[in-house]
Design a protein around this ligand. Structure first.
Ligand code: C5P
Length: 232
């Protein structure tokens, strides 16, 4: 399981998404559908991308009362996604309910990952606004342990945190890591970045790469280079 490059399909609608995927000439990269595309194009975009043969990480970061999350996850599971996520801040009870909802009648289910603290949240804002007084890295590892206790499969984190997560929760606990830039790529608004080869060395299980592939002149070539550097 694992070791793959996931392309973030951060597009405003179905037309742009399918035109982008057409450029892969029969190859089927693992893709991530986030809030922008899902809220614009609806569940049908997931069905269409799955029908084309792609694996799908549905990145909707659920956070609500356990009963609502259980039922929402059952709907996502019926869409046959391969991976989805939620906020660990919803508590262990919410994460356990999510797993129940995701599990299909035949016992299979998509992988479920937790977001610990968003990378856009600074330690200062966490303290002043969320009233969490612990340092960021301790907070991230604490939320990671809660996710593990609830039975989840892993966390979304920075590649720079992947080693610590594995140390604390075991090498089988998955780390899915955005903030990856191919050598020489434009960093954009990502701050703490590493290359696909760097992420591999740090122990990431999956890397998420968006704009360096979606905005490239030849997306399939950039994706292939990421796969060569990260997987092989
Ligand atoms: O274009 P870029 O490679 O920066 O895209 C990264 C993707 O990963 C985006 O869809 C972004 O929302 C997502 N992401 C992230 N950092 C996180 C969690 C998700 O960049 N901590």
């Amino acid at each position: 399981m694992g070791k793959d490059v996931i392309i973030a399909l951060d597009f405003p609608g179905q037309e742009q998404t399918l035109a982008f995927l057409d450029r892969f000439a029969g190859r089927k990269p693992y893709v991530k559908i986030g809030m922008e595309l899902f809220y614009a194009a609806g569940p049908d975009i997931v069905r269409q991308v799955k029908a084309r043969g792609h694996q799908v990480f549905l990145d909707l970061k659920l956070h609500d009362i356990p009963n609502t999350v259980r039922r929402a996850m059952a709907s996502l599971s019926a869409l046959d996604v391969d991976m989805c996520n939620l906020h660990a801040a919803g508590t262990v009870a919410m994460m356990e309910a999510a797993l129940e909802g995701l599990t299909r009648p035949d016992g299979t289910r998509p992988l479920l990952l937790a977001v610990t603290q968003l990378t856009s949240t600074s330690e200062e804002r966490m303290r002043d606004e969320l009233w969490i007084d612990h340092p960021m890295d301790e907070t991230v590892l604490h939320y990671t342990e809660l996710a593990k206790r609830a039975g989840l499969d892993g966390v979304v984190c920075s590649p720079l945190e992947a080693g610590k997560v594995h140390q604390r929760c075991g090498s089988g606990f998955l780390t899915v890591t955005p903030g990856v830039r191919p050598v020489g790529g434009d960093v954009g608004d990502q701050v703490r970045v590493t290359t696909p080869a760097g992420a591999k060395a740090l122990g990431s299980d999956y890397i998420v790469v968006g704009r360096p592939i979606t905005q490239a002149e030849d997306p399939a070539a950039v994706w292939q280079r990421c796969v060569d550097d990260f997987v092989d």
